[in-house]
Design a protein around this ligand. Structure first.
Ligand code: 13P
Length: 250
């Protein structure tokens, strides 16, 4: 049985003092949670969050990184830098980065490889736009993105990758994919992985759903056959609301 992994993506929100207060409030709420709990926070919050989450079941992740180890890349942060302060996870290829910052399937693939080289665990985002969905291309888009993202990885690395299926039209819009729809898309991603890497691998890969997840819809989504948790934006900004999502099963 795959474990459930529920990650918050704070995006560009939360000052360091707010982040510290958040973790102090959130920690007692989720200390008995069955699901794995991750907070992906802005760079400036990372160190404070790592310090405050030490000795708890809350894991800390970044929201992006460069693929190079170091160099003349003004404004960028390397995987080695993240690793050096104790970061465990990193979101790669979020649709906002693909849409606004030129992230491509190729850079996503490079970043995933760099993450593994630095012992960081990647949370890789894939998802279709509304236009693509309406043109009936959802499956084609998400299986393509998955194949290109994972290209050249070993079976073990694929097993260690978390994929987040985030339909773009559902992000921050209040529109959630129905649990059946989301589950079917995730099944399609899983069978694409099975085709390339074998069923033993596809059965182990954690695939999350993201897009307007909240406490009122988390249970229905996470109790489907193939959705292994969520990547949560807006609803992860309030400790109480996010703790309810983490403890969706009671
Ligand atoms: P919302 O939960 O705010 O829709 O955002 C989803 C998301 O983009 C998480 O990465």
């Amino acid at each position: 049985m795959r474990r459930k992994v529920i990650a918050g993506n704070w995006k560009m929100n939360m000052l360091p003092n707010e982040a510290i207060e958040y973790i102090q409030a959130f920690e007692p709420m989720v200390k008995d949670a069955e699901a794995e709990v991750i907070l992906c926070v802005p760079y400036v919050d990372l160190f404070y969050c790592l310090m405050n989450a030490q000795g708890t079941n809350i894991k800390i992740g970044a929201q992006n990184m460069h693929f190079a180890e170091n160099g003349a890349y003004t404004g960028e942060v390397s995987p080695k830098m993240l690793k050096s302060i104790g970061v465990e996870y990193v979101i790669i290829g979020h649709s906002e980065r693909r849409a606004y910052y030129g992230e491509t399937d190729e850079t996503v693939n490079k970043k995933i490889k760099a993450a593994f080289e630095n012992e960081l665990k990647p949370i890789v985002c894939v998802g279709e736009s509304l236009e693509e969905r309406e043109a009936g291309k959802t499956e084609e888009i998400i299986t393509n993105q998955t194949r290109l993202a994972l290209d050249g990885l070993t079976k073990e690395q694929v097993k260690g990758t978390i994929i987040a299926y985030e339909p773009i039209w559902a992000i921050g819009t209040g529109k959630t994919a129905t649990s059946e729809d989301a589950n079917n898309s995730i099944k399609a991603i899983r069978s694409e992985i099975a085709k390339i890497y074998g069923e033993d691998v596809s059965e182990e890969v954690i695939i999350q759903y993201g897009g307007s997840v909240k406490s009122s819809n988390a249970k229905e989504l996470f109790e489907t056959s193939d959705i292994d948790g969520g990547l949560v934006g807006g609803a992860s900004l309030k400790p109480e609301e996010f703790s309810k999502i983490v403890k969706y099963n009671g």
